[in-house]
Design a protein around this ligand. Structure first.
Ligand SMILES: [Ca+2]
Length: 155
């Protein structure tokens, strides 16, 4: 289980790579949201999203997960969606889970596909595992961050 603290909000995260059926960005985000954390009455406490990345350690972890699972090339592929949404201009960047953009790992010259491109970990050797933006209707594997929970008892 991966943890990090962000803006004083404790956010537990775990990741899963989905590679069997590559999807367009929006469909991938919807699929990730299908993972729900519910309480014992069925109330939804949190849902999954495409992964947001907030540190070099998380970036390293995700890249290793991709490279240990998928064949990677000498160029850019495989490119794997994370939750990075580029707006009308390349410098307008947001995460699909609504968290702050406090870390990026773009390959030099990226993003360059405005407007409304989407970020992917370009896991090949040429791009060194850094991020490239791609057109959102491209079908790629994707990484979800799934809601998880942890009971901490003090009795
Ligand atoms: Ca690009």
């Amino acid at each position: 289980m991966e943890h990090y603290n962000h803006k004083h909000i404790y956010i537990p995260i775990r990741y899963r790579l989905f590679a069997a059926s590559p999807k367009q960005f929006d469909a991938a985000e919807t699929a990730c949201q299908g993972a729900k954390l519910v309480d014992c009455r069925g109330n939804i406490l949190a849902s999954g999203h495409l992964a947001s990345v907030h540190s070099q350690e998380e970036q390293n972890f995700l890249l290793e997960m991709v490279r240990s699972t998928l064949h990677y090339t000498n160029s850019w592929d495989p490119q794997v969606y994370i939750g990075m949404k580029v707006g009308y201009h390349n410098n307008q960047q947001a995460w699909s889970d609504g968290s702050y953009v406090d870390f990026t790992s773009w390959f030099p010259g990226e993003p360059n596909n405005e407007p409304n491109s989407r970020g992917a970990i370009a896991s090949g050797l040429h791009s060194d595992g850094k991020w490239a933006d791609v057109y959102s209707n491209s079908n790629y594997p994707y990484i979800c961050q799934l809601p998880c929970t942890d009971y901490q008892f003090n009795w």
